[in-house]
Design a protein around this ligand. Structure first.
Ligand SMILES: C[S@@+](CC[C@H](N)C(=O)[O-])C[C@H]1O[C@@H](n2cnc3c(N)ncnc32)[C@H](O)[C@@H]1O
Ligand SMILES: [Mg+2]
Length: 322
């Protein structure tokens, strides 16, 4: 009797399916398992020298068609704007804070990317990562902030945060949400672009842009703007998706078409940058990449962790040359 009970429930005991599995659950886990590199090493926390192929041709600007024609979008200085990409984000703007909605992957990845940001910024700016407000005294801009998923925890960690996004709806949602908590209500949100801030001669100790560069019209120009916003010896942090065969299988086929984690068409594989390309365009913009980490997904726990495997999702920390 006991052994029969055990046999029938072994999959639940092992945590492979929830108590009320839906019919596709096991299939989905198998898909992720087969796409994910199971050999991903945990993040060593050591700055990785990234090989730079200086003969690499500059990636041509991705033609996103005409600029978005929304009356609520500031249209001056639009070199990074890609109309088609912005329209996708505008159409799902109400769902930013729905932890089970289209932005679920960002919600789930947030603690992991914050770990990387906190540790790299604290090390660079000589701050204590273990205190309650480790980023106190730092002026940070979150470029392409969306609904403020990153801006808010940065503000809670003590930073003076400005969040900017090219989609007005995102900024409205971000403002409403941040105002719910006195710890985040001081965040300044603006519907604008990095280029526009450069024209206004704004500067920040740290410039952070997560999961944005693969959606802009011209990544190299975008990086130049991020660099111009960074004070001398300040920090720039960028996360994106590697243009690898594995990212095609996981970030597009699995995430969009099989698992429906993201709306279909969220990402264009050709718009992804390899880590080497990112390092190179940052270098050309006077930012020296100092450290890079990958994000590894554990299909059994549904959690992300930092990894040395930069084959799919990765994050880079660089400093502005003095
Ligand atoms: C995938 S979301 C990432 C949001 C946020 N950075 C995060 O990781 O939680 C990309 C965001 O970048 C914004 N965006 C795209 N192109 C932009 C540009 N050229 N300038 C400013 N924001 C842009 C989009 O509107 C969208 O909110
Ligand atoms: Mg993206």
């Amino acid at each position: 009797m006991a052994s029969k009970l055990l046999r029938n429930n072994v999959h639940r005991i092992l945590g492979l399916v929830p108590t009320n599995p839906n019919p596709n659950f096991l299939l989905k886990r198998l898909i992720v398992l087969s796409c994910q590199s199971l050999s991903a090493r945990p993040y060593s926390g050591v700055a990785q020298p990234v090989p730079i192929d200086l003969s690499l041709p500059e990636k041509p600007p991705i033609d996103g068609g005409t600029r978005i024609d929304q009356k609520n979008l500031k249209k001056d200085s639009t070199s990074s704007l890609n109309e088609a990409e912005l329209a996708k984000f505008a159409s799902i703007a109400e769902t930013w804070w729905d932890a089970e909605g289209p932005f679920k992957p960002l919600h789930v990845m947030n603690p992991t990317r914050l770990t990387f940001i906190r540790s790299t910024l604290c090390r660079h700016f000589r701050k204590d990562p273990y205190c309650t407000r480790p980023l106190e005294g730092l002026k940070i801009v979150d470029v392409g902030c969306g609904g403020g998923l990153l801006s808010e925890p940065l503000a809670r960690m003590g930073a003076t945060v400005t969040g900017v996004d090219a989609v007005e709806k995102n900024i409205k949602i971000a403002r409403l949400h941040a105002d719910l908590d006195p710890l985040t209500s001081a965040i300044k949100y603006r519907c604008t672009t990095a280029e526009k801030l450069v024209e206004e001669r704004k500067e920040f100790d740290a410039v952070i842009s997560l999961e944005v560069i693969e959606h802009v019209a011209n990544p190299a120009e975008f990086c130049k703007s991020l660099a111009a916003l960074t004070v001398s010896d300040g920090a720039t942090v960028i996360s994106t998706i590697n243009r690898s065969m594995r990212s095609y299988a996981t970030a597009i086929i699995a995430a969009e078409y099989l698992l429906h984690w993201l709306p279909k068409g969220t990402h264009q594989w050709s718009s992804f940058l390899t880590p080497e390309e990112l390092v190179l365009i940052l270098q050309r913009a006077s930012i020296t990449a100092q450290e890079m980490a990958g994000f590894a997904y554990n299909p059994l726990t549904g959690q992300w962790s930092l990894s040395d495997d930069i084959g799919v999702n990765f994050i880079a920390f660089g400093t502005k040359n003095q």
